[in-house]
Design a protein. Structure first.
Length: 74
């Protein structure tokens, strides 16, 4: 399973992936200007690990952007 989260630019996407790494989650950027945070999830992941990873991404985005972001779905 793969999803991408488009950021405003590659600098922001890079900062998000760095914050995720500091929290123990390895993700990477993609796109022509590295502006997409690429999320690659194992198809056999359990719900708890998936939630933990998504929480790390949300916390990292919040930190980089300076506050909570509006989440489309939970």
């Amino acid at each position: 399973m793969m999803r991408g989260v488009a950021m405003e630019n590659g600098e922001i996407a890079g900062a998000v992936t760095q914050k995720c790494f500091e929290r123990g989650l390895i993700i990477e950027t993609s796109g022509a200007d590295s502006e997409v945070v690429k999320i690659l999830v194992a198809l056999v992941i359990d719900d708890d690990n998936l939630k933990t990873g998504l929480d790390i991404i949300e916390e990292s985005v919040d930190e980089v952007l300076g506050g909570p972001v509006k989440v489309a779905a939970e």
